[in-house]
Design a protein around this ligand. Structure first.
Ligand code: PMP
Length: 427
């Protein structure tokens, strides 16, 4: 049993010693002391079904024994920077990752986070093209350092820093966007930005295929092929941010960009790929990767043996346990059940997403699509009381994000939906 400090004591310490900008879920925040596969346990040993851990960090389940084993073995051998010396872990994981990529995407740079991966990707695009202008989507989240905060396009995540050379294109949001599900119409805005806001040449374009922080928004069909077409014509590189949608989560494909049938020039990833261990990556072609030889590029911990051993173990577990297939089967079932809830409750305006990356948008008025922000928070709190954790997102804070570890079962899906059903029925 857990004998450490209580939630109240931790909260008091956080208030005194940690940044006042830290925020937490729930009015009575949860003290998570143990994790096992799709479950989290609090200080009293109470079990919670984790419907959100996938996005936070975990892909194949909390403390999956194979991943823990690989980490422990590696940390007992050597922990160092692998930039200056050789070690097999970084090379093995790079090879395994490259095998998951289409085309000539086979050169990997490792980082410690998604922000670092996107910063590097954007810098590579700028170096390769000699241009500055980058186009990203409104409502996007790509990180919180200078370039990535620029590419991020939600005011809540943007501080008053100089964000030069970024243009934000119309978001191809099928639910709220002006052109509905017509991806090509939204993509015209990318062409307009190039024509009217740049020299006609751009460094690149960055987007997710399914926006995570933005509220599980699947870009309208046909958007990426058209947008990529305009960007390529303007000499730019296309970057796919797979930090949330990538790595098998969406079920029918391993990467988000595959849902739109495009092949990016650069792919970035992080979060789930290390199953809780800080690990990010940028994958590109040999030709594009060459630009970093113009100067020295160094990342002390990027790709260190511990993190890359974890990454390789995650990929192996995904294959051994067919987790991508599980995401498809369980995710489709979960989406079907959530869609049935939508038929039952007016407050559910939209159910969307793929595989185990699902969103449920709450609105007080289906016609006006008025965000039901307070209700969203209320349902999250009540579901936590019933032992189910889900996340939220979207610009208006009214979208449930359901992104569990990929080992989620149909019984878990039933429990989650039943808890949501019960909670909404009591409102
Ligand atoms: N890209 C996307 C799509 C993300 O969701 C996030 C994190 N929410 C990031 C990049 C940044 O990753 P990190 O927090 O690891 O820097």
């Amino acid at each position: 049993p857990y004998t450490g400090p209580s939630a109240e004591e931790i909260l008091a310490k956080r208030k005194e010693y940690l940044s006042p900008s830290l925020f937490h879920f729930f009015s009575k925040p949860l003290n998570v002391v143990d994790g096992k596969m799709q479950y989290l346990f609090d200080e009293n040993g109470r079990r919670y079904l984790d419907g959100f851990g996938g996005i936070a960090t975990v892909c194949c389940g909390h403390c999956h024994p194979d991943v823990v084993d690989a980490i422990v073995k590696q940390i007992n051998r050597i922990q160092h920077s692998t930039v200056l010396y050789l070690n097999h872990a970084i090379a093995d994981f790079a090879e395994a990752l490259a095998s998951k990529m289409p085309g000539n995407l086979k050169v990997v740079f490792f980082t410690n986070s998604g922000t670092e991966a996107n910063e590097l990707a954007m810098m590579i695009a700028r170096l390769y093209t000699g241009c500055q202008d980058i186009i990203s989507l409104r409502n996007a989240y790509h990180g919180n350092a200078a370039a990535t905060m620029g590419a991020t396009a939600q005011s809540v995540w943007k501080f008053n820093v100089i964000q030069s050379g970024v243009h934000h294109a119309l978001n191809p949001d099928p639910y709220r966007g002006v052109f509905g599900s017509d991806g090509e119409k939204y993509a015209k805005d990318v062409q307009d930005i190039i024509d009217f806001g740049t020299t006609g040449h751009v460094a690149g374009f960055i987007s997710e295929a399914i926006q995570g922080v933005g509220g599980i928004i699947e870009l309208a069909p046909g958007y990426l092929p058209a947008a990529y077409g305009s960007v390529k014509k303007a000499g730019g590189l296309c970057i796919s941010d797979e930090v949330q949608a990538g790595f098998g989560r969406i079920g029918n494909h391993f990467w988000g960009f595959e849902t739109q049938g495009v092949v990016p020039d650069i792919v970035t990833m992080a979060k789930g790929i290390g199953n809780g261990i800080p690990l990010g990556a940028v994958v590109t072609t040999p030709e594009i990767a060459e630009v970093l030889t113009r100067r020295s590029y160094f990342n002390t911990f990027g790709g260190n043996p511990l993190c890359t051993a974890a990454g390789l173990a995650v990929l192996k577990v995904m294959e051994k346990e067919n987790l991508q297939e599980n995401a498809l089967v369980v995710g489709s079932y979960l989406k079907k059940r959530l869609t049935e809830l939508k038929d039952k409750y007016e407050i559910i305006g939209d159910v969307r997403g793929k595989g185990l990356m699902l969103g449920v948008e709450l609105v007080t008025d289906r016609q006006q699509k008025t965000p039901a922000k307070a209700e969203t928070l209320h349902v999250m709190e009540q579901m936590k009381e019933l032992g189910v954790l889900i996340g939220k997102g979207g610009f208006y804070g009214n979208v449930f994000r359901i992104t569990p570890p990929l080992c989620f079962t149909k019984e878990d899906a039933d429990f989650l939906v039943d808890a949501m059903d019960y909670t909404i029925s009591k409102m």
